[in-house]
Ligand binder design. Structure first.
Ligand code: APR
Length: 312
């Protein structure tokens, strides 16, 4: 069987770490794509990574390129093209710059790798993934946004540190838009089945929810640019679920057609990811308070999607 092909659009900080994880996990051959002025940089990164893969004894190829034709036949496309946040910026502040970029990516992806499962990371995430689906005309099962897996990982880590439990035993889900209104679903959080609310005081929990919501901004404040290790790891978990037909239940930005009462935009909801892509959106019971939070988050997402729609 031929090796799988994973095309990474954007060879910057997240793109490089994505390529590294794909090599380490031997997921397939990797194409590291960037715009022509960054082609030499992409080629250099690819060569460095191929040399690392030689140390691992892997035959997987890593190719740096600015030629979309090299992405032809990709099984998975992971998109980080765009500019990241700088301190003081919200994800929504990126819309003016990143919408033209996602349109360029969408047009080329449609032409060169129309059958790929497409995972979007570029921000503002929920609006970018919407525009990618609209512009490529792909079915909703083949286009997904990465946010909830990352936000849940941040939440899990802070909960593990606070409780002293192993991060392996924390089960949580963060839904809604990938912004400061995201919704940690406390009613479903457990430490290996034990409800979280029994193990942690309310004020501590509130502080952790707040830190999770601002988790991306905290890193931008420290580094001057956005996070890349955890976003890459989260996206690779989604790609693996697809490539290995794992049927994982993951919080992802999925296109909604009435689920949770919302329609015609992408937002973080629990999804089953397997060989069919986004095979199912799972509707879980939310408390009245969680529904109110989701409504607020959905309103934020819709306002950015409206900006994108009007600019088309
Ligand atoms: N096609 C392909 N790549 C592009 C395009 C394009 N049209 N436009 C820009 N790029 C490339 C840039 O040249 C750059 O190398 O995207 C890369 C982005 O890399 P970084 O600037 O290092 O940004 P990164 O930290 O990887 O974040 C990328 O993900 O989390 C989001 O908010 C973040 O939107 C940002 C994106």
């Amino acid at each position: 069987m031929a090796r799988k092909k994973i095309a990474l659009i954007g060879a910057g900080n997240i793109g490089g770490e994505l390529a590294n994880l794909c090599v380490q996990k031997q997921l397939g051959d990797v194409i590291l794509f960037d715009i022509p002025p960054k082609e030499s940089f992409a080629k250099g990164k690819a060569l460095d990574l191929e040399q690392a893969s030689a140390l691992l004894g892997s035959d997987a190829k890593v190719t740096g390129t600015s030629n979309w034709a090299d992405c032809a036949g990709a099984d998975v496309l992971i998109i980080t093209a765009g500019i990241p946040r700088k301190p003081g910026q919200s994800r929504d502040d990126l819309v003016g710059t990143n919408v033209p970029i996602i349109r360029d990516v969408a047009d080329n992806a449609k032409k060169h790798c129309p059958n790929a499962f497409m995972i979007v990371i570029s921000n503002p995430l929920d609006a970018m993934v919407y525009e990618l689906m609209r512009r490529t005309g792909k079915p909703k099962s083949e286009v997904v946004g990465m946010a909830g897996v990352l936000d849940s990982a941040r939440f899990n880590l802070f909960l593990a540190r606070e409780t002293g439990a192993s991060v392996k035993d924390i089960r949580s889900m963060v839904l809604g838009g990938h912004g400061d209104d995201m919704v940690p679903v406390l009613s479903n959080c457990t430490i290996n089945g034990v409800p979280l609310t029994q193990l942690i005081a309310k004020d501590k929990l509130d502080a952790i929810v707040e830190r999770t919501r601002k988790g991306g901004g905290e890193i931008v404040g420290l580094m001057g640019t956005s996070a890349y290790y955890a976003p890459a790891a989260a996206s690779v978990a989604m790609a693996e679920a697809y490539l290995y037909d794992q049927k994982r239940l993951l919080p992802c930005a999925a296109y909604l057609e009435g689920e949770y009462g919302y329609r015609d935009f992408f937002m973080g909801v629990p999804c089953v990811i397997g060989a069919g892509g986004v095979e199912k959106v799972v509707e879980i019971a939310l408390t009245a308070e969680e529904k109110v939070m989701l409504e607020k988050s959905a309103a934020s997402v819709m306002s950015v999607v409206e900006v994108v729609k009007k600019s088309s």
